[in-house]
Design a protein around this ligand. Structure first.
Ligand code: SF4
Ligand code: SF4
Length: 393
């Protein structure tokens, strides 16, 4: 691994939101001692500050510790120099996301809000134009109301049947999911290369890839490390967001024909109950985080990067348009339902195209993989120690 000093590295990190105070650190070690998630094998956040101060840019690319931090803020509250190490770990997560991303888009979005806004606008306009030109509202849309008074959403488009409409939307969903998954998986492979393969000081035993794999799944599903933070409410909010979003993703991508039916089903039907749960989970988290970021009383919500706000706004607008769309359907308003559906997709599609492969949502994938890779590294090192081949790392 190249450990060359890069004097311009601090300036580069400032573009990712690193504040001036970080350099106030005098390495007392309080933050590492108080952090409920820091362990003997994986120490942070002080180590990261040292690496930045020394300008070790290449070393940082293989650094997994920022992903172990769930930003509970306890280190920042107790830092005697107000260096805000918790926020620094957040900056490092943004930076590392751009390091893994071979397309370069993540770096552009994190360092320029105009790039991100232009990208969002492009996909929003693409959705609107595609709908208005290729899937226009049928002239007799006002008749597309079923016996219970609900709008037959899938029958609102001129010249095609309800089944054809659902297939077109399903095709779009899968196309988007495949593109996003391809970028994300290739970035995770890049992360694997930087953390494991490029480091010649240890070699992971082949069996460890299998015996440690459960940690990846377990940490993805439970976010169990997060629950070790003192503020359990934040973990609960995070779980609600994650499960809500995953539920909605499964409903609209994997199970769309069963979810977006012509008939507006009764409120106690699984389809509506799951939809309400997902909406509640996302809205709850958004409300807590938005109020927190405006009030700035909680240290972990005091500093907001432009991408934090953009994420909240995009997710909030997607959720609100989804709710209004549902109300219009129930109220039997076909044209309003149709235009709200287009608006909903014009926000949802760019949000997924930005957030999942390049920004906030990708962190949901990087965290459990970082825990998995970190564990592989530990297994490799302990095996080498036990055989007397202690590496210099
Ligand atoms: S960030 Fe603060 S608490 Fe941590 S080592 Fe530096 S001065 Fe001490
Ligand atoms: S924010 Fe919390 S989890 Fe992150 S380094 Fe500080 S104390 Fe540890």
């Amino acid at each position: 691994m190249n450990n060359r000093v890069n004097p311009g590295f601090k300036k580069e990190l400032q573009k990712f939101g690193m504040s001036e105070q970080w350099n106030e650190c005098f390495h007392c070690g309080n933050c590492t001692a108080i952090c409920p998630l820091s362990e003997n094998e994986v120490l942070f956040p002080r180590k990261g500050i040292r690496v930045i101060q020394m300008g070790l840019k290449d070393k940082l690319a293989s650094y997994v510790e920022p992903w172990m931090c769930y930003y509970c803020g306890e280190c920042s509250e107790t830092c005697p120099r107000d260096a805000n190490p918790g926020e620094l770990m957040m900056t490092l997560r943004r930076y590392l996301t751009s390091v893994y991303d071979w397309t370069g888009m993540s770096r552009k979005f994190y360092t320029s809000k105009w790039w991100e806004l232009s990208y969002i606008l492009f996909f929003a306009l693409l959705v609107i134009v595609l709908f208005l030109i290729y899937l226009p509202l049928r002239p007799d849309a006002y008749l597309m109301v079923n016996e219970s008074g609900g709008v037959m959403l899938n029958h609102l488009v001129a010249g095609i049947s309800g089944d054809q409409f659902i297939r077109i939307i399903e095709f779009g969903d899968w196309a988007m999911a495949i593109i996003v998954a391809f970028i994300l998986v290739s970035n995770i492979l890049n992360m694997f290369y930087k953390i494991i393969l490029s480091n010649k000081s240890f070699k992971v035993p082949f069996y460890a890839y299998f015996t440690e794999f459960w940690r990846l799944i377990y940490n993805f599903v439970t976010q169990s490390k997060f629950s070790k933070c003192d503020d359990k409410n934040y973990w609960v909010g995070h779980m609600l967001l994650m499960t809500g979003y995953t539920t909605m993703f499964i409903l609209v991508v994997v199970a769309l024909p069963a979810f977006q039916t012509e008939k507006v089903v009764d409120w106690y039907n699984w389809q509506r109950l799951l939809g309400y749960y997902a909406t509640f989970g996302i809205l709850f988290f958004l409300t807590v985080v938005t109020i927190g970021r405006i009030r700035k009383k909680d240290i972990k919500l005091q500093y907001s990067h432009s991408t934090d706000w953009l994420f909240i706004i995009m997710l909030g607008l997607t959720t609100i348009t989804g709710i209004v769309l549902h109300i219009f359907r129930l109220a039997g308003l076909p044209a309003a339902t149709y235009y709200m559906y287009i608006l909903h997709l014009a926000i949802l599609v760019p949000m997924i195209m930005v957030e999942v492969p390049f920004s906030k949502w990708s962190h949901l994938a990087y965290r459990p993989f970082a825990i998995y890779f970190s564990r592989l590294k530990q297994v490799a090192l302990s095996k080498q120690y036990s055989t007397g081949l202690a590496p210099a790392i």
